[in-house]
Design a binder for this molecule. Sequence first.
Ligand code: ADP
Length: 441
Amino acid sequence: MAEDRKKKTIHKLYPVIKVLFSTAGKRYPLFFVFEALKTLVQVVQPFLGVIVTRIFGYFGWSIVDFRFGKDIRLYDAREMMVERWKKNTEESIAAWKWQADKNYPCALLSGILSLIRTLITYYYVGLLVIRRVFSIGIFTQMISSAGALDATLGGLVWNIQELMKRCNYAYEYVLFMEYPAALPKGKARIDKKDHKIEFKNVSFAYPGTDKKVLNGINITIEPGEHLSIVGLNGAGKTTFIKLLCRLYDPTEGEILVDGRNIKEYDYKEYMAQFAPVFQDFKLFGFTIRENIALGEGGNSDLSDLIKIVGLEEFIGKLEKGLDTRVFKVFEEDGVEPSGGEQQKLAIARALYKQAPVVILDEPTAALDPIAEYEIYRHFHTLVGNKTAFYISHRLSSCRFCDRIAVFSDGKIAEYGNHDELVIIPDGIYAKMFEAQAQHYR
Ligand code: ADP
């Protein structure tokens, strides 16, 4: 018990101790102020509690987002959604009620005190008038001054409360900004040019897991090489690309670009080397032009690019052309592109970036066979002499690439070109190719 009490006291004093001794307090005078105010806020926290219910927001959006409409209707998820919504609303109301309940006695007390103060003022000043110390004029003046003082003091207290409440947000913000960067960022410069890429004994497990999704990967990709990556679902293909793009750092081993560990490069410049199209790419509710250029060069001529990715006809039919909004989030006349059209837009976005390394993760999954054929036909126009990584389950597309890496259980199980891999007896690639080819015979 005594230990508990001690812990509680330490907890309350913690911000003060931290301010007095932390380097953050020394480095940032504002941080000092936030910490001190946070201490005060902790004392009055129950009265000012701010409840953020992320689930509440999620359900709110899912229910009104028409893209969920098909699944909700066809899989009869309406009842489940409404039930969850109701349950969540009740929980939120309970939380707000808890806060109001805590606040209520204070508000009541404050009201009663204000009433007592007013009664005493009336009584005292009234008495002085009856005793003829004050005239009626002065009585009126005194009463209105007391009222003004009351309102000013009330306003002051309210403002202090608001300040403390907002300092709470500011405190969290400062703490967040103080976190060390998850990925170390170097300073070495890197130009936009072809690069030699090497994976040396790279292994990787996602944070919070022990399972090695990649295990001892060794591969070298020469400048301008087109590498096709194939393998069953969950083999680690996308993870390999994520490591290359520095969305995560390897758990073991190192990735070298032009002989230098990628951690040493300036992060922003390094990221500018890649133009990836991931399977789960996202388009925004902006115009088609903005979705392709993403803020840069909004007025540049996109007609060649549109032609290459096969969107000429689609955009030609739109009254506002490239300035049509994607989706109907902001405008009634926004366009809802099909899956294939969205994928073409994502490819256009990647090509617009003009990065030396192009990454296409299942780029033709949503395309019809003719569009897919067109993408293959223009593959060399699309990526030119750039280094390209091409993840695909359609093995016929591997013929366009110089080398094929077959991933299996986090390792590169087979490596070579199409003709070499297809003849390996019992080979993974040969089996996958045969399985697909059967459908076309
Ligand atoms: P592929 O692209 O070959 O289908 P992935 O690289 O996407 O495979 O995934 C490899 C494995 O890593 C899978 O078992 C998957 O469940 C797991 N995985 C992928 N992303 C995450 C993540 N963010 N956290 C934990 N595990 C993940």
